[in-house]
Every structure is written in C-alpha cells, then in structure tokens.
Write a protein that binds this ligand. Structure first.
Ligand SMILES: NC(=O)C1=CN([C@@H]2O[C@H](COP(=O)(O)OP(=O)(O)OC[C@H]3O[C@@H](n4cnc5c(N)ncnc54)[C@H](OP(=O)(O)O)[C@@H]3O)[C@@H](O)[C@H]2O)C=CC1
Ligand SMILES: N[C@@H](CC=O)C(=O)O
Ligand code: NA
Length: 820
C-alpha cells in the first residue's frame, strides 16, 4: 500500500490535476494499491479565510469573492470531465457551495468568525478539490471513492491546530479500509472532534493527513507530491547552486523544516517516523526527478552536512546582568513567563559565565516579550542585577542553521562554518549548537543573509561550483587583457577548480555597468557601451556594498590617484582588493599600514603583486621571507620594464625618442610615460619594497637621480614630452656613447640598504649580474641574513599587458583558494 499526497499547486489547475491523474493511473497500471490525499486548489484556503473575514465585517463584497471561488471549481469540472458526465460533479459542488454560502451568511449575520467556524469554513477547500478529482477519476473509469477525513481522523478541539487521537483515528481508518477496496480520495488537512465538529491540523496539515493514513495503514511508502524536486541543500531562491538532497533522516528533515525549509510540514514526520515508513518528496511537474527520501538513515555523502536552512526574520532577546550569575531559577522564570504568554522560543544560547541569556523569537512577539520580561524581572532591574536598560531586543536579524547527522562523524564543521562567515565579514551575533550535534545555528544581521547562505553553501557543498564575484574598474590595457585571459580560462576554472568567476561590475572613466547576474566575458565591451551609466565611483562602490555578495573582489586596473579612497571602505565592507595600481601603496606610510591592517582585521585580502615587476613573484617572495623571519640586508634591482627595454634597445643607430615610443606601444609604459622616465614609477616600486621589508619610508625619503634633462622633465603634456625627447637626442646619444666606450651598459638601478633608498642611472660592465638583460626584463637581487653570500635573484619580464594581467589573475586565484 502506498499513500500519495498532492499539494495545492498540484491540485491548482486543470493541467496540474491532469498530471496528478496521470501519476495515479501510472501507479494503478503497475498494480499498486494506493490511497490519495489532496489539498485544496492552490490559494483557495487563503481566499476562504479572506471571504470569511469580509463576511464577519459585514462587507457584502464577500459574495462576489465567493462566486469567483465557485467559478474556479466549476471551470475545473468543465476542464476535467467531459460534458455528458458533468452533472453529478456539478450537483455535488453546487451542494457544497450552497452549504458554504449558508455558513457565510451566518458569519455575516453574527459578525463573528471564531476559530471553530474558521476551521469549518476552511474545510470546504479540500472537500471541493477532492470531490472534483474523485469525479474526474471516476469519469476515467477508475474505481475511486471520495473519503471525508473528518469521519476518520479524531482530534481534540484545538481549532486551527488540533491534536490527533491516534488510537481512535487508527482504528477508524483500518475499519474503513477493511470495508472497501476502492481507491480512497481523501480530503487533506481536516478532521473532527468526537462530537463531529470540524477541526484542522494546522497550515500544511495535508502532509500530516498523508502521514496519518500512511502510518495507520502500515504503508510501504508515503509520497508527498509538490512543486519542487524534493528537499534542497538550501533555498534555491536564495542559493542558485542548491541541489536536491537524495536521502535525509527524519531528524534532519525535522530540523531543516523547523528552520524554515517549508517542503514538509514538520508534524507530519512523526507518524511516519514511529512506523519507520519512508516519506518521498516528489515533484508533480518533474516526475523524472528522484526527489528526496526521508528515512531512518541517509546514504553516505561526501558532505559533512545535509542542508542549510534559515528563518529570515527573527528578534533576538538578550537578558543580561551580573545579578544573573549563579542565581538558580532565572531561566525557569524567564521561559515559564514566555510560555504563559504563548511566546515560542526558536533558539536559546547562554554563555557558561551565566552573565547573559539570549534567545530568538518571532518578531511579532517581540514587544509583548519585552513587556512580559520587564514585568517578570522588575525587581532585578530596579536592583541593578539585570542591566539598566533591562531586556534588550534586536530586530532585523536572521537565523541560519546548518543541519546534518554527519556532523557527529566529522570534526571541524563549526570551524568551517565560522571561517566562511568570518572571511566574508559576516558578524555572528549569537550561536547555538544542540548536544545532539545535528544542528549549528547562527544569528546574523538580516542584510547579510543571502551572502551568508551562499558562502556557507559554497564551503560545505564544494563539489558544487563556487562563485567569485568581481568588480573591475579600468578596462584599458591591463583590465581588458585580464578579461580576455579570464574568458579564455573560464571553462578550465569551472572544470578543474570548480570555480565560477562572475564579473558583476565594470567601470571605465566614462561608463559603468553592474549586473549581479554576471557580465558576458566575451561581449563585455558591448554590454558596457549599451547599458553603461555615467561613471561615478562612489555609486559603484555603494552598489558593491548593497549587493553584499559573498566572495567579492574589487580590482583596480586604473592609474587613478583618487581611487585609493575607496579601498579602505571596500576592505572594511569585507571586499578583497587586487590592484596593479601602485598609487595606494606608495601614498603615505600611514595609509599603506591602514590598508594592510583593515584587510587583516576584516579577514579579507589586499593583494598587489603586480605593483612591482608585474607578474614576477617579488612581493610574495618578500612576504614569504618576512613571515619566516629572514632579515633584509640589501635590495638591488632594475624595477622598470620600460627603462629596461629602453636601455636594452637603445643602441647606436637608433633614436632614444623612438625607443620610448616603442615601449609605449608595447604596453610597458605607464598610461603617462613621463611617470616611467622621470623615475617616479621606480621610486614608487622601491618604496613599496622597502615598506614590505618593514622599512617605513615616505616618498620624500627616496633619492631620485634623474635620467632626463630638465627640458624633458618639465614638459607639460605627453606630446610636448616626446618633442623634448626628440630635441634631446644628442644628450641621450652622448650617454650611450660614454657607456659604450667603457664596454658597459646603461642601467637605472634602485638600491635599498641601511634604511635608505636611492635610484641611479649607472653603467655596468659585463661581470655585473644586471648586464645581460633583454626586452622589458626586471631583476631583483635580495641579500638577506639567509641569502647572504649568494643573493636570491628574481628575473624576467617586468612589464607588458599579458604578464601583468596574469599577475592580477594569480592574485584573484589566491583569493579564491583563501576563501575556500
Ligand atoms: N603596463 C604594465 O606593464 C603594467 C601596468 N601596471 C599598472 O596597471 C594599471 C593600468 O594600466 P593600463 O591598463 O596600462 O592603463 P590604461 O590607461 O590602458 O587603462 C586605464 C583604465 O582605467 C580607466 N580609468 C582611469 N581613471 C578612471 C576612473 N577615475 N574611474 C574609472 N575608470 C578609470 C580608464 O578608462 P577609459 O578606458 O575610459 O580611459 C582605462 O580603462 C596602472 O596603474 C599601471 O601602473 C602595473 C604593472 C605593469
Ligand atoms: N610602467 C611599468 C609597468 C609596470 O609596473 C614599467 O615599465 O615597469
Ligand atoms: Na610582481
């Protein structure tokens, strides 16, 4: 025997009922003996309540609303049953509607809608839907029989959520089924008292009806047919990567339902659990899906938890004071006061210091709870045993619960949970874990809910692709090359790293465009042009904060001097920052430190490997040596790709100005090449290296020996600059010739030693390690306590679009590993 239950959406339209009938016929064809429970047509219960309220207020419009309900049911008959078989269904539905009309007339006369009357009123929903479906089945030759559950399920008179008398109910169900072998079409949700007064089993109670019948009949399985593919690892409306849980235990399903997963009505699990009958949650609209099976044991999965659930809106109550320490009976008084006022508690947390008790309740009870507790603890508040401001209530908070029996088998589950939250800057306000190790709950700010759910889902269900959300400012040479590399690698990242990189925001100087669904990596230019709004960096940053997406990374690919003002607020909002732009790290030392510290404090990353030597591992090398306790003695380096290229290419027969132009064309120079040739770019880099090694220099401390004659240095525009370079041809040729005569080469070398940084244009001979460079090579020689007699040398191309973009890419990847 199998008991099937179909919910409101399944019974909602002619098409869905046809689908239900198909499912039933498939079962019959397989020779299954089935009993079927139906909900009211979707939305009808709410409509009946609304109509009842209208009638009780004397609002005569209830009559039109009733007509609409009646018409909906007649339309279902017309759609489901051929015309010559309709008369008996029409008569039955008309009979029910007449009864309903009488009831509403009564309500409107006495202007009262008691809980008892409301139960009777609501019962028409299931009675109507079940009548129609039974008739439709009969019209198709199925031996079906309407079964009014009020004649079988016996409850007390707690109207609205009546409690079942299982002894009487089970006996009545068994006796009824012994009398007939017709397929029973059972009204969900409704029952009656011993006196025959109609009751209901609580909203969602049709599931419960299914479980009551299934348990009484010792069914092999209870199938709950709904409009989703079973229970999901998280609410798919909030977590797009959520997936169906194939098997789950009763305890886990109960826990998930308690914390907001509305797929199964929690009380319905109990009768099935007692009889050890599996419950299958299946999708009427996707019969191919396996759904979820709720059972005593769940299958082994690679995941430490089974699912994540949340209650979006709760209020957190905190009772705090030194007078609570060691005083017996405080919590007893507290919770009995709440219970007397029927305020149900969702979560409780008390530190072992006993200094405070904190618990979560439905926000609609918050003000009443405060009143009740202020009264209950009035003596303690006036004596100062409970803090002056008494009982504090925090609203706009949510609970997230991670649930799974697997927690008992694995260690580190809570560590993983809190790390995921911490790395996304989500503050945990309160936390609770039952000693059953089935559930860990955290209370967080409501505006962090979606971010938190996604971050937690990402770390616990890692076989699912994780998402990194990028906001890129600057789509020039480096920004666009990075986007090109990202596009080329996106399949690899998805397959090999289970990583989806979502570009959510793009900005250039004129236009910006944000789209949380993700901007196309191939058509971003077009999207930006077509949809972009006028760039406003404050607005761009504000949107990032409002989106509040997990794993957010801001990438600054500009050379803008003011953009650094946004780094701090972004880090502070737990957004990681990656940048090839050297401006921030070469501004004041105080600002440099502040950025580092904010990133550490917020548990996010501030990465800028490409600030020095483009993609070459220079910053990372220093950070590694520093972390391991090495001490820097000296750094000697060629840090400009542009200058390196110039001095490698400037040979007899060439013109200095042409070589500078070539460096610009090859993408080695700064957006403004004067920054390279003035020594500013190298000065910024050695300043950053000094700071990384713990030497807190300022820009003014760097001794810069110029490469250029004054006329070039003072050129007011880039065009003038090139003219002046041309005018100084003889000067550069002279420099070159002087070096060549000694058999040496020109090199612009930065040195950091004894806390001093200097930049100098020097000539080096063939024995010097910096002699043989080519292209835009950088070379950095680190002399440290450990690398002493032979320095550690990093050498390679230190400028250019591809190597710089790939350095930015590597920083982004390191954030992704950190977050996972
Ligand atoms: N070239 C290299 O080898 C290396 C470069 N870098 C650094 O990379 C950074 C980018 O260089 P590169 O790509 O060559 O520069 P580009 O001039 O090619 O691109 C700069 C981009 O930033 C945009 N931009 C400038 N100001 C703003 C602003 N206020 N708001 C929004 N967008 C803005 C520009 O917009 P628009 O397109 O509208 O003009 C452009 O898209 C620089 O900081 C540079 O120092 C670091 C290491 C190596
Ligand atoms: N303009 C810079 C680019 C890298 O930082 C250089 O030439 O090195
Ligand atoms: Na680098």
């Amino acid at each position: 025997m199998k008991v099937l239950k179909f919910g409101g959406t399944s019974c909602g339209t002619v098409e869905s009922i046809q689908q239900v009938i198909q499912i039933l016929q498939d079962n019959i064809a397989k020779g299954e003996r089935i009993a079927v429970v139906y909900s009211a047509m979707g939305g009808v219960t709410n409509k009946l309540i609304e109509i009842g309220r209208m009638a009780s207020k004397g609002n005569v419009e209830y009559f039109d609303a009733l007509k609409a309900v009646e018409e909906r049911h007649f339309a279902a008959i017309r759609g489901l049953i051929d015309i010559k078989n309709q008369s008996s269904s029409i008569a039955k539905v008309r009979g029910l509607v007449n009864e309903l009309e009488d009831l509403l007339k009564g309500i409107s006369l006495i202007r009262e809608l008691s809980a008892r009357t409301l139960d009777l009123l609501m019962s028409f929903g299931e009675r109507l839907s079940t009548t129609i479906i039974t008739e439709a089945l009969k019209a198709r030759g199925v031996k079906a029989e309407f079964c009014d559950a009020r004649t079988l399920i016996r409850t007390n008179d707690h109207f609205g959520y009546a409690e079942v008398d299982f002894e009487v109910t089970n006996a009545q169900i068994l006796a009824h089924f012994a009398r007939t072998d017709a397929m029973q079409c059972i009204t969900g949700f409704i029952a009656s008292t011993a006196e025959g007064i109609t009751t209901t089993l609580g909203r969602g109670g049709s599931d419960y009806t299914g479980s009551i019948f299934g348990a009484a009949l010792d069914a092999d399985v209870i199938e709950i047919w709904t409009d989703v593919d079973g229970m999901m690892t998280a609410d798919p409306r909030k977590v797009s990567t959520a997936f169906t849980i194939p098997t789950i235990t009763y305890a886990e399903a109960m826990e998930l339902s308690h914390f907001g997963a509305k797929v199964i009505y929690p009380p319905s699990l109990q009768p099935a659990f007692v009889k050890n009958i599996p419950i299958k949650v299946l999708n009427t609209f996707n019969v191919a899906s396996e759904g979820t099976t709720v059972h005593t044991t769940s299958d082994e999965t690679p995941f430490a938890i089974t699912g994540i659930s949340s209650i979006d809106d709760i209020a957190l109550v905190n009772v705090q004071g030194s007078g609570l320490i060691g005083v017996a009976g405080v919590s007893a008084r507290l919770f009995s006061a709440l219970s007397r006022h029927k305020i149900s508690v969702i979560l409780i947390s008390q530190a072992s210091s006993e200094h405070s008790i904190c618990f979560a309740i439905d926000p609609k009870n918050a003000d009443r709870a405060k009143e009740v507790l202020d009264q209950t603890f009035a003596p303690e508040i006036s004596a100062g045993d409970i803090d002056r401001d008494g009982i504090q209530i925090q609203k706009n908070v949510s609970i997230i619960a991670i649930v799974g029996e697997g927690m008992r088998r694995s260690t580190g589950v809570s560590g993983k949970l809190f790390t995921a939250l911490g790395k996304n800057g989500i503050n945990v306000i309160a936390t609770a874990q039952g000693s059953s190790e089935l559930n860990i709950s955290v209370v967080i700010q409501k505006n962090d809910l979606s971010k938190a759910l996604n971050a937690i889902h990402g770390v616990f269900f890692q076989s699912e692709v994780r998402t990194l959300n990028l906001f890129i400012v600057g789509t020039g040479l480096i920004g666009s090359t990075f986007l090109k590399q990202l596009s080329a690698q996106s399949d690899y990242l998805a397959k090999e790293k289970l990583l989806k990189v979502n570009v959510v925001g793009l900005a250039r100087s004129k236009k910006m465009w944000l789209n949380p669904e993700g901007i196309s990596l191939t058509h971003w230019k077009q999207e930006l042009d077509e949809n972009g709004k006028t760039t406003s960096l404050p607005a761009f940053v504000q949107r990032i904060r409002e989106f509040n997406l997990p794993n957010s990374v801001f990438i600054d690919c500009t050379s803008d001097k003011d953009i650094i003002h946004y780094y701090h607020p972004l880090l502070d909002a737990s957004v990681s920052v990656v940048t090839p732009n050297k401006v921030a790290n070469s501004s004041s030392y105080a600002e440099y430190r502040r950025l580092q510290q904010t990133a550490v404090r917020k548990g996010v990353k501030f990465l800028y490997e490409t600030n020095v030597g483009a993609g070459l591992p220079i910053i990372n090398t220093i950070q590694g040596l520093m972390a391991s306790g090495d001490k820097f003695v000296k750094i000697e380096a060629i840090l400009s790709g542009t200058l390196s290229f110039i001095f490698n290419s400037f040979v007899a027969g060439t013109r200095f100005v042409d070589i500078v132009g070539e460096a610009k064309e090859k993408g080695y120079t700064e957006p403004d090449p004067r920054d390279d040739l003035s020594g500013l770019d190298v000065a910024r880099k050695i300043l950053i290296l000094a700071r990384e090694t713990g030497v807190g220099l300022e820009m003014s401390d760097i001794q810069i020996a110029p490469i250029l004659p004054d006329n070039c240095l003072q050129a007011p525009t880039v065009a003038d600059f090139f003219t002046e370079l041309e005018n100084s041809d003889a000067y550069f040729a002279g420099l070159l010739q002087a070096a060549a005569e000694k058999g040496e080469k020109l090199r612009y070398i930065a040195t950091l030693e004894n806390g001093k940084a200097t930049l100098q244009l020097r000539t080096v001979d063939a024995d010097h390690p910096f002699y043989s460079l080519s292209g835009a090579d950088n070379i950095v020689s680190f002399t440290t306590e450990r690398y002493n007699s032979r320095p550690l040398v990093v050498k390679g191309p230190g400028a250019g679009a591809e190597v710089t973009a790939s350095g930015v890419f590597a920083d982004v990847m390191s954030i992704s590993s950190y977050l996972s």
